[in-house]
Write a protein that binds this ligand. Sequence first.
Ligand code: SF4
Length: 453
Amino acid sequence: MINSVLFKDIDEPDLNTLAVYQRRGGYSMLRKALQMEPSAVLDEMLASNVRGRGGAGFAMGRKMSFIPKGAMDKYLVCNADESEPGTFKDRELMQKNPHQLIEGIIIGAYCIGANKSFIFVRGEYQHQADVLDAAVAEARAAGYLGENILGSEHTIDLVVHRGAGAYICGEETALLDALEGKRGNPRLKPPFPAVQGLYQGPTLVNNVETLMNVPYILSIGGEEFAKVGTETSTGTKVVSISGQLKRPGNYEIVLGTPVRELLFDLGGGPLDGRTFKAFFPGGSSAPVLPLTDEVLDLGYDFDTLAKAGSMLGSGAIIVFDDSTSIVDVAYKTAHFYRHESCGKCSPCREGTNWTEKMLKRIKDGVGTPMDLDIIDGVCDQIMGNCLCVLGDAMAMPVASMIKHFRGEFEDYMEAKRAEAGLGPAIPQVNRGRQAGPYPMDAPAGIDPVPVSY
Ligand code: SF4
């Protein structure tokens, strides 16, 4: 089901200018907020139960409530480092409607008592950063930013900061380090940014789409907002649909809309002569789900996808059809995350490296089923043992591909061995098993390929 909140009038010409945004009622919610106590604004955010749209899905109101009260330097940082493969929603939102983001940031900063705010935009988004710079300059000239905004006693300023192009800077603490001028490495948590973030001060970090919901929540009230969607996934969500289907693009949907509707009604269904095989429901770091009838009937919301063994993540749906080799998908996924690993902790630094190498062996036709078990074990060792979520971001999808498509990996290996004139690597008795030790000593008649790294 489509419901336009953030995409309402998104294609109106010149919506990125202050004049057009104001003509549509823009910045009226900031005026309203300034008439309210910050605690009343917070109550609306809590009542809306809006969850973070950047990946983690943590309730924004609760995050705001963690910021300590009192006079101290506090910060609001908008995470616009949209780098997750398959995610391109914030790009369109910032480019076409930057003032709604700015208004959301100012209201958020007012709510938590922050005087300084930042938008950390990924380095590759040069055009979007230019658009934001121009919008911030307009907002400042109009008195929405700077000292004594709109004649009030509140000072709130906003700086657009361009990243240098590292995926890891989308992780909130790495982003804060980068903003401070250091190399973007994740920090040990706790302390969480709400307590000790930018320049050691309490910091609210939220995603573009999340903050753009703030003026809308104030306009209709938190309780009304919470009536749309499901009980635990309220509101609408902009999903980026890409991959092998007819109509890829950004769509705003009500959370809980069935996956079938997203892929067939919005995405246009599979390409001619093809069938859907599987998809990443929430960016390339989400566990892959095969597109069975059961999965197509699932509601697209945070909790339903979690129960199904995956996650909504950033709302990036990447679909592949029956022409795609799952071995290729697994290898490219591991390659990407190995390349983006910052190397600070060993489970991720070593684990992504080993996994990529083993998948390359399989891809090159010199792998054995034992490699699948080793990869499975390595992924298991990575998950939950890293300093940040990047390690899991590789381990979860790769492990899910082995779990759901082990037979395809095995068939691929057999085909490659046959091509090379080698005997079968997999005894019939072991084909298709889900997990378990593979004998290190190859059974009689099996031609083992030595494992060396
Ligand atoms: Fe760096 Fe990976 Fe460890 Fe995150 S999980 S801190 S990216 S090495």
